[in-house]
Design a protein around this ligand. Structure first.
Ligand code: NAD
Length: 494
């Protein structure tokens, strides 16, 4: 049984923990280790280390920072499989999904390697006689990143490569459910030449989060998790005077118009609904079928869903278990509620037969879901797809826009005009056109609207650089003796 401890000042903390959490292998249901929870003293120590490291890291040259990031990129690439194995062992997702997550994280590292270009300021010459104005962006100081269980490598990588590239120091509080991947990454950063204290990890729960939210040494909070905690983090972080970006939950809709390619739409629904067992903030969980295609579409999704092989993520399964027993039972309780509320269970994931005590649930497909049912209103975060039937595009659009979440959405159609209208009218932060999971590339920014994001700054891309720096504008006048200024004793040009 392993013990996962904090990473402070470039090494593992040996402090004894007053409280620990259990880590499970979701495929076996067995405990594989424990994770130390940070108390106030541990968080204070991490902040103090990050503050001291900031004094020199902020003055490191852009060349030095990019050298570290390029070396880190190579190391992550080389160790992609090892990181994926750690993710699968604690999260449960299949290895190919885990590797995909590392690849998406690497794209942000590659983006951050371009920091010399990204930090270039503006310059206006001669705004008044002899006066120039220019803007620069400077780091904030120690910044905190609080991440969820569902992408234990990728979500931290949305933030820390850019934060570090901008000259900040970092404290990460990963999910206590799958804390090992980020520890491996911490070692790689050290191997890449990152000075000790620039990147730190404290584990734990609310105690550690609250300590980070209120510590005056922490300058910003980047949070990703469920909406209720995102709101809490946003309100308390901003109250303590910090800048906060808090990404919350989701209920992503996929609209299928009557002219869509139904084979493509059914494939997309399967991948986006059941990939990573639906534990993705960009998973599709509601399909809005615009009649008359619902019967045909549901049949195609059903055939595919019945073929999905649920199993241990280290085998050749399509879909792994859910992350914990509590979460598995919560998702199953939503299926019970949907059935009780009158939705039709087309494919029932509760029937999946698996050996052992893993946290299993197969894919579930609901038809005839109504907008007032809890399976539609709330985020389930599991392998459950709900189909709602409507008669028109306008009805479909209204459903998406009336929903409390606005993270991602997709439309499937062959009509360019309809797609263009949708991208303009839909109240959601990330939109796919015949693309079910429209996760922006690292050089664009990731974030939703409404209850899917608190704050005004999305993750990575130029918004990420903006978030991790403060702007400064310098207005400067240098007196030039050759142009009739004060004679400072320099030789005159004649
Ligand atoms: P969660 O909200 O339970 O936990 C997120 C983080 O908050 C963890 O580090 C956790 O330890 C901490 N936390 C939990 N309870 C807390 C409390 N009471 N006070 C302070 N901190 C607390 O989320 P999760 O279950 O780990 O992740 C799943 C959620 O994350 C889903 O809602 C999903 O939609 C969301 N998510 C959103 C995005 C996005 O980009 N919008 C991306 C990934 C996941």
């Amino acid at each position: 049984m392993k013990t996962v401890s904090h990473w402070i000042n470039g090494s593992l903390s040996t402090d004894k923990a007053a409280q620990v959490g259990e880590i499970f292998n979701p495929a076996t249901g067995k405990i594989s280790g424990t994770v130390n929870f940070a108390d106030l003293a541990t968080v204070n120590k991490a902040v103090q280390v990050a503050s001291s490291a900031f004094d020199s890291w902020r003055h490191s040259s852009l060349t030095k920072r990019t050298q570290v990031l390029f070396a880190f990129r190579e190391l992550v690439n080389k160790n992609k499989e090892k990181i994926a194995e750690l993710i699968t062992a604690e999260h449960g997702k299949v290895l190919s999904d885990a590797q995909g997550e590392v690849t998406r994280g690497l794209e942000v590292v590659e983006f951050a390697c371009g920091i010399p270009h990204l930090l270039k300021g503006g310059f206006s010459e001669e705004v008044s006689t002899g006066v120039d104005v220019y803007s620069i962006r400077q780091p904030l100081g120690p910044v905190a990143i609080i991440s969820p269980f569902n992408f234990p490598a990728m979500v931290p990588m949305w933030f820390f490569p850019i934060a570090i590239a901008c000259g900040n120091t970092v404290i990460i509080k990963p999910s206590e459910k799958d804390p090992s991947a980020i520890m491996f990454i911490a070692n790689l950063l050290k191997e890449a030449g990152l000075p000790d204290g620039v990147f730190n990890v404290v584990h734990g729960d609310k105690v550690a989060v609250d300590a980070l939210l209120t510590h005056p040494g922490i300058k910003s909070i980047s949070f990703v998790g469920s909406t209720s905690i995102a709101k809490y983090v946003y309100e308390n972080g901003t109250k303590a005077g910090k800048r906060v970006q808090a990404l919350g939950g989701a209920k992503n809709h996929m609209i299928v118009l009557p002219d869509a390619d139904l084979e493509l739409a059914a494939d997309a629904a399967i991948n986006a609904g059941f990939g990573s067992a639906g534990e993705r903030c960009m998973a599709i969980s509601a399909i809005i079928a615009v009649e008359p295609i619902a019967d045909k579409l549901i049949e195609k999704i059903k055939i595919r869903a019945l073929k999905i092989k649920t199993g241990d993520g280290t085998t050749n399964a399509d879909m792994g278990p859910l992350v914990t027993k509590v979460h598995r039972d919560k998702v199953a309780s939503y299926i019970n509620a949907g059935e009780k509320d009158g939705a039709t269970v087309v494919v029932d994931g509760r029937n999946v037969e698996m050996a052992g005590d893993g946290f299993w649930l197969g894919p579930t497909l609901f038809d005839h879901v109504k907008p007032d049912m809890s399976i539609y209103l709330e985020e389930i975060f599991g392998p459950v797809l709900s189909v709602i039937r409507v008669k028109t595009y306008d009805e479909a659009l209204k459903l998406v826009n009336d929903h409390q979440y606005g993270n991602g959405t997709a439309i499937f159609t062959n009509d360019g005009g309809a797609a263009r209208r949708f991208q303009n009218e839909v109240e959601v932060g990330m939109v796919g056109i015949n693309v079910p999971i429209p996760v922006p590339m690292a050089y664009f920014s990731f974030g939703g609207w409404k209850n899917s994001l608190f704050g005004d700054s999305h993750a990575h891309g130029t918004e990420g650089v903006h978030f991790f720096t403060r702007g400064k504008v310098v207005t400067s006048r240098w007196l030039d003796p050759s142009h009739g200024g004060i004679n400072l004793g320099f030789p005159q040009n004649t």
